[in-house]
Design a protein around this ligand. Structure first.
Ligand code: SAM
Ligand code: SF4
Length: 432
């Protein structure tokens, strides 16, 4: 299973793995060993689309070697492209969308019976509850709480390919959380394009803060994280819940996207830079050590040098702990792709470089705060850079690398920070 995109897509791939395991498949990371290759796609930028098609091109050679190999493509890009996927990559056998991954076993059986390619992207938008899931992490469990999005930010494809907001029933979420902790997971990461909208479409009056409260009551859950929060819907109630509920980690991902009010309006984000700064002060007032991360797009149509300077200014005012940075990509079908004032690629790249440079400097400075401090780390696994060491995260979502034995994976340890940098902190375990 090859996954592109956000954590929601990673979760969908975990469900696909669960469904296929139920059919008797086992996972392999080698396409050459596989009987079925699943490509779970995303569509936030044209660049991803090109990457997907180039990966599909690479798969041709595996199909030549093993003519029985089945290739399936699903997810957001597949939802948007539909039959075009097979026009551009005729060796693909099955195409499904963002809503009907649960039908994959039927599609597969249908294909094997008729040996006829299938393109199935239409559906009623409902994803059944209780689907099997094979989680990739052994430590944190993704739990989607709301699917789709109603916001229609002018640059974004999500509402078109993932549909309108649908909150999962409270009981299904709680049941999935309980199942995960029974399997030994200590941390849950609640997912949604805008978790702050949770519950608006449910018959009862129950919002995201109420959901956090319920999950916080489950004894075996040790840490709760969530992503993403939309600034226009970040309520005082939620901010207070973050401060009050002991298991909710001190980290908030709050996408700013741009620092100029003119650009924010053209993006249809529904807040101003002043409102955003007000939210940041409120959050920092009640959760002082909170780590704040964000998403920024540069080179949005009509963005002048002054507008871009305002984005840089916001970075300096807020001093984020980290940022995902993107050059605006005009996605066909979105309003922003048709706006006047499209910015040349060279300027977007230049702005992106300046933005990244500034943010790395701020991240490095923010991380200095942790020097010499003692932190609680949930150990995730071997360090990505040096497999002889371990890595994990603090409650503030800082990656910490330290020397220790693999028996500590999945455990909480206390670490003293000895060195800081912009990617990770280094430390030593404190012996009790
Ligand atoms: N729901 C989240 C929110 O509202 O912030 C974001 C979801 S989106 C899949 C992830 C990020 O991709 C966005 O926050 C935005 O910064 C970026 N993004 C989305 N569409 C984009 C586009 N057309 N060009 C560049 N970046 C884009
Ligand atoms: Fe896209 Fe905006 Fe919805 Fe986020 S809130 S998924 S950026 S439309």
């Amino acid at each position: 299973i090859k996954t592109y995109g956000c954590q929601m897509n990673e979760y969908d791939s975990e469900v696909i793995a669960g469904l296929l395991q139920r059919e008797g498949f086992t996972l392999t990371s080698e396409p050459g060993e596989a009987d079925f290759v699943v490509v779970n796609t995303c569509y936030v930028r044209e660049k991803v689309k090109n990457k997907v098609y180039s990966f599909l091109g690479e798969l041709k050679k595996f199909k030549r070697k093993n003519p029985r190999l089945i290739i399936g493509v699903g997810g957001c890009l597949a939802q948007k492209e539909g039959g075009r996927i097979r026009e551009k990559a005729p060796h693909v056998d099955i195409v499904w969308g963002a809503f009907n991954l649960h039908n994959l076993p039927e599609f597969l059986a249908d294909f094997e019976r008729k040996k006829m390619p299938l393109v199935k992207v239409e559906s009623d938008g409902q994803i059944p509850e209780g689907l099997p899931v094979v989680r990739k992490s052994k430590v944190s469990a993704y739990i989607p709480v709301i699917r789709g999005c109603n916001n229609f930010c002018s640059y974004c494809m999500v509402p078109y390919v993932r549909g309108r907001e649908r909150s999962r029933p409270v009981n299904s979420i709680l049941q999935e959380v309980k199942q995960a902790v029974e399997q030994g997971y200590k941390e849950v990461i609640l997912l949604g394009q805008n978790v702050n909208s949770y519950g608006k479409d449910l018959p009862l009056s129950f919002d995201f803060a109420d959901l956090l409260e319920k999950i916080n009551e489950i004894k075996e859950v040790k840490r709760i994280r969530f992503t993403t929060s939309h600034p226009k819907d970040l309520s005082e109630k939620l901010i207070l819940a973050m401060s009050r509920l002991d298991k909710v980690c001190e980290h908030l991902h709050l996408p700013l996207q741009a620092g100029s009010n003119k650009v924010l309006e053209r993006m249809r984000r529904g807040y101003t830079r002043e409102k955003y700064l007000e939210l940041v002060s409120k959050v920092r007032e009640v959760v002082p050590e909170i780590s704040l991360t964000t998403d920024i797009i540069v080179g949005f149509p009509g963005e002048t040098e002054e507008d871009f300077e305002q984005t840089l200014k916001m970075l300096e005012l807020v001093r984020f702990d980290g940022a995902f940075t993107f050059a605006f990509s005009p996605l066909p079908g979105t309003r922003a792709a048709k706006l006047d004032g499209q910015i040349p690629e060279v300027i977007k790249k230049k702005r992106l470089r300046r933005l990244i440079e500034l943010q790395l400097k701020i991240t490095e400075e923010r991380n200095l705060y942790w020097m010499g401090k003692e932190v609680e780390v949930l150990v995730e696994g071997p360090s990505e850079k040096n497999p002889d060491e371990l890595q994990g995260r603090t409650r503030e979502n800082k990656i910490v690398v330290f020397p220790a034995g693999k028996n500590l994976i999945g455990e909480f340890v206390r670490v003293r920070i000895k060195k800081t940098g912009c990617w990770a902190l280094r430390g030593e375990i404190i012996k009790c």
